[in-house]
Ligand binder design. Structure first.
Ligand code: ADE
Length: 307
């Protein structure tokens, strides 16, 4: 068979060695895999069709694919996202062939180090901001930004993953018949993870890019203190704390970071720093936390396994 045809042909599970389970979701399992032909490594997300259909989750699967494809271009900022290389299916499963993030996720490293030094915080807060700017340029709200969804590539740069909860602005939330709810237009029902969810998402109000800015503030807080800002024994108590903006800073909390977080974890979405910026998040770029950041070249990433 000629080479070109060979490359274009749809892959099948037989084209990969499935090695180890590296992640598990409610209707998917992620494997570390290698392509048989060239030994290239990937993360393959295997989504169980029966489960997706039973739970009416096809819309989420489609969104994840669409968002990943939209973020996966050749632009420089595409480097901050897991890339979707191929999709295929068999009778039981859908398969997403994704970038393999060799250095694990932010949550693991936070648990191991307890807290990050301020240089690491500034570096990763800056990479995250560039990623958020790029998502906005592609009209994508992630809606589930959290340390588990921030992975690291082999050079310790971030790779944002899990766009199953994402929303593409301009596309209505119209659900096909039989999907998800009986109503034709879904309210912005709660998606995401309790600890990082913004008040507007929690209360079923409209989600905007500023919902990701709330989560961004929560992630910066957690990189500094080792813990999410809103913590409680039950999901209900976490939601109450979010609604009441009930969070505190330790006495030794870095003051510049505290100032930025207080401007991001703000109840009214439009009042969050950056919410009214037109394209880039210039008002966040200009914050004192980033006074030594060169936005055109953030420099080498810290190596989190070394300190
Ligand atoms: N766990 C979930 N997704 C992953 C990925 N793309 N790379 C490594 N580990 C993962």
């Amino acid at each position: 068979m000629p080479q070109a045809q060979n490359e274009d042909r749809k892959k099948t599970p037989k084209d990969f060695y499935f090695m180890k389970i590296i992640g598990e979701g409610s209707f998917s399992t992620v494997f570390h895999a290698a392509e048989v032909e060239n030994k290239k490594e990937y993360a393959i997300k295997v989504l169980r069709k029966r489960h997706i259909i039973r739970e009416n989750k096809m819309e989420y699967v489609n969104r994840e694919k669409k968002s990943l494809l939209s973020l996966g271009g050749s632009e420089a900022a595409s480097r901050f996202f897991v890339h979707l290389y191929a999709t295929f299916q068999d009778a039981d499963n859908l398969y997403f062939v994704l970038t393999y993030a060799r250095n694990g996720d932010l949550l693991d490293h936070l648990l191991r180090h307890k807290t990050f030094n301020i240089k690491w915080v500034v570096f990763y807060a800056a990479e995250l901001l560039l990623a958020l700017e790029f998502m906005k340029s592609k009209k994508i709200i992630h809606r589930d930004l959290k340390p588990e969804n921030i992975l690291f590539d082999k050079n310790w740069h971030i790779l944002i993953t899990d766009f199953g909860s994402s929303k593409i602005i301009g596309e209505s939330d119209v659900i096909k018949k039989g999907d998800d709810t009986k109503s034709r237009r879904r309210r912005n029902s709660f998606v995401g993870t309790a600890q990082y969810v913004s008040p507007e998402v929690l209360h079923g109000e409209e989600t905007t890019y500023a919902s990701d800015l709330w989560a961004y503030g929560c992630v910066i807080y957690q990189m500094i203190s080792g813990q999410a800002p809103f913590r409680a024994a039950t999901e209900y108590s976490i939601f109450q704390k979010i609604t009441n903006l009930d969070f505190t800073f330790s006495e030794n909390f870095n003051l510049s970071a505290k100032d930025l977080i207080e401007k991001l974890i703000v109840t009214v979405p439009e009042n969050r720093l950056g919410a009214l910026d037109s394209s880039n998040y210039d008002s966040i770029r200009e914050h004192v936390l980033f006074e030594e950041t060169n936005w055109d070249d953030l420099g080498p990433a810290p190596v989190l396994s070394e300190d």
